[in-house]
Design a protein around this ligand. Structure first.
Ligand SMILES: C[S@@+](CC[C@H](N)C(=O)[O-])C[C@H]1O[C@@H](n2cnc3c(N)ncnc32)[C@H](O)[C@@H]1O
Length: 276
């Protein structure tokens, strides 16, 4: 396995994460100015991942790989275990698979693997988790488009919903299956994109990037009956979503936001939307 230690100005770090789309990173050092972090890649995909990282740095006009190391896989797993702390997003708490949640007040979501996006750390995931209990009812049929680790699917299944989960990445689908099994919930995970979502559901979940909404907004809006919970929207992209909702005859029921740690102006947004 390869480990790429990278450095980027902190204000571009979240954008890097979103662009990397599907890879977990380990933060080594973060201050107001710079963030140093590691990206892990299996040997067979390491060249592609390295090129992706370099391309993102080029697009952003900043960032560099400062060290490239070969590491033993067991070390990576141990590292992940050391670094993964429970994350509380009431009514949920995200815990690593090897921990037992003793409390009664929160609903545990166990993650066995979290290489895909969806460790629970990102504000957009947390916003989605906060909307789920409000807009998903028992026996609702739900689709999670861009499921990553399956975190939102598992949360929905724990609310009593019947859940289909789709992701364009094969690895994410595998992780979603394993994590669902680990949580003893039934989630139907499959590989595909928005076009492969054939049914109409009570609720659609989509924590995706703005470019994907630019492309698929009007297709996704035809996939829900009750609510569409949407996130992955950063700063001024909020206005774009409001406009797209208006143009598509949709009503925004609620907007929630969460800033990145220590950066009140860097806000992520989540939306609950319904048909007019
Ligand atoms: C921001 S992550 C969200 C992961 C997780 N649902 C969460 O909320 O933390 C977006 C996910 O969407 C997937 N994705 C990107 N484009 C997609 C598309 N066109 N169709 C389906 N999934 C897509 C990515 O592979 C990634 O796993």
């Amino acid at each position: 396995m390869k480990k790429y230690i990278c450095e980027i100005p902190t204000d571009l770090f979240e954008i890097f994460l979103v662009e990397l789309n599907g890879y977990g990173v380990e933060i080594i050092k973060k201050d107001e100015k710079n963030t140093v972090y590691a990206v892990y890649a299996q040997d067979e995909e390491s060249q592609t991942i390295k090129e992706t990282i370099i391309n993102i740095f080029e697009d952003l006009g900043s960032g560099k790989i400062i060290l490239e190391e070969d590491i033993q896989e067991e070390n990576w797993e141990e590292k992940w275990k050391e670094n993964f702390k429970p994350i509380e997003v009431p009514p949920f708490v995200i815990i690593p698979e090897w921990e037992i949640y003793e409390g009664k007040e929160l609903i545990p979501i166990k993650l066995k693997i979290a290489m895909a996006f969806g460790t629970g750390l990102h504000p957009s995931t947390q916003l989605m988790l906060s909307l789920i209990p409000k807009y998903i009812s028992k026996n609702d049929r739900v689709v999670d488009i861009g499921c990553g680790t399956g975190i939102l699917s598992i949360a929905s299944a724990k609310m009593g919903a019947f859940v289909d989960a789709v992701d364009i990445e094969k690895e994410a689908v595998e992780e979603c299956k394993i994590n669902s099994w680990e949580n003893q919930v039934n989630v139907n995970c499959f590989q595909g994109s928005v076009e492969d979502v054939k049914d109409i559901y009570d609720v659609v979940l989509s924590n995706l990037q703005m470019e994907i909404f630019d492309k698929y907004f009007s297709q996704i809006k035809d996939k829900f009956k009750k609510y569409w919970l949407l996130s992955g929207i950063f700063k001024e992209e909020k206005e774009k979503i409001i406009k797209m909702a208006q143009d598509n005859n949709l009503e925004i029921v609620e907007i929630v936001s969460k800033s990145e740690e220590g950066k009140p102006d860097d806000k992520w947004y989540g939306f609950a939307i319904k048909h007019k």
